[in-house]
Design a protein around this ligand. Sequence first.
Ligand SMILES: [Zn+2]
Length: 471
Amino acid sequence: MPSMGAPRAAAIYARISSDPAETRAGVDRQRRDCRAEADRLGWPVAEEYVDNDVSAYSGKPRPEYQRLLADIDAGAIDAVVVWHQDRLHRQPIELEEFFQITDRAGVSSNVRSVTGNADFGTGDGILVARIMGAVAANESASKSRRIRRKKEELAAAGLPVTGGRRPFGYTRDQLHIEPVEADIVRDLVRRFLAGDSVKSLTQWLADTDVPTTGGGEWRTTTVRQILTSPRIAGLMEHRGQVVGPAAWPAIVTEDEHRRIVAAFSTRKRSGRRSPQRYLLSGGLLRCGKCGARLYSTPRDGRRRYGCLKGPDHGGCGRLFITAEPLEVLVSDSVLYRLDTPELTLAINAQAEADDRAREVADVIEATQNRMDELAQMYALGEVSRREFVSMRASIVQQQQGAERRLASLTRTDALASLSTTGQSIRETWHELNLARQQAIITALVTAVTIGPGTPGARGLDPSRVTIEWRV
Ligand SMILES: [Zn+2]
């Protein structure tokens, strides 16, 4: 039920994510581009909504976004211009809420993005938005490359990475030992080197009521992180390599640290954890016996999913299924559902435009990181004022170049969508990376329940598999 007639009161929505280095300039650019787009469409702008320094993924409230939804609902706003769809929603659930509200208000066809050509006015447009929303959620979940890179740069400058979770065993500023936790770390290391498994250590921590620094439950991944971190041996790590002594005191010896890392790599080689990747490991699979989530759990070199017992999982431990035929069945069903030429064109066009915009955005972020690093070096007296000024000028130049490329990309998005080949998703499926395949599956499927198998049966019995479709 799209409203006909030109919009009378358009909203501009801009958002900047949580990285403090990204500054207000990002929001200002979004607002400028959105204004220009509204002008081009002939939509009068009634109101701007700007959420600054808030990440949609972190679950923090976005007051301006909420106000926008309320105004659409109340009929005060009848069109929305946003810089990119990912500024509006980073979680699929938010996208669904947005569709509901715009649909109810009859304004779903009046939503435009400056880049990426979002158009929620058609069924295909909504499905594409769902899929891209799922891809974005996926990327948020893996904690954006930008933030990771930033941490690496700080590590290289010889400083602790503050912000985020306090490391177990250290104080908030990460430069001093927290004595009670440090004792626990020493205990963990002793027990681990004596042969205790990470799983039993996790159980031990949970049983003794030691709190985690984040307040959550103990997981094997947390314990593994504490044990293998060079930090506890007073060592600085950069890009996975120990680069030298750190500014904080050690809790265990360097020798102990080396033995822990060696033990992990031996245990890993002996097949406990498989390096192979699992298409359906994102929480999609459910146990048909107890309802718990299934996990990847290889046996004898064969990839399997299974219902697992124990501290991390809490399932019945009595249901398993071979991974490959299940993955083929689920992807085939999804592809069958997706395989229309129109949809394929739309998805390819948007994916391509997004990829290119992201590449340039990466360059801009990388130069920003270099700038921060340079400022650190200057602050620490590692470069002179003259060196600082000349290096800064060259970084600024690179940054401006990338900004210009991003601006011109924005203008050519429409052309890019015309020039795509229109290969079917089925043909390109195997070239998509695992994250994108997973994102597409979760855009369409809410859950896959696996029923009990017949003992001794060969091959996959398709009647064991129940797919719940989102659309
Ligand atoms: Zn179960």
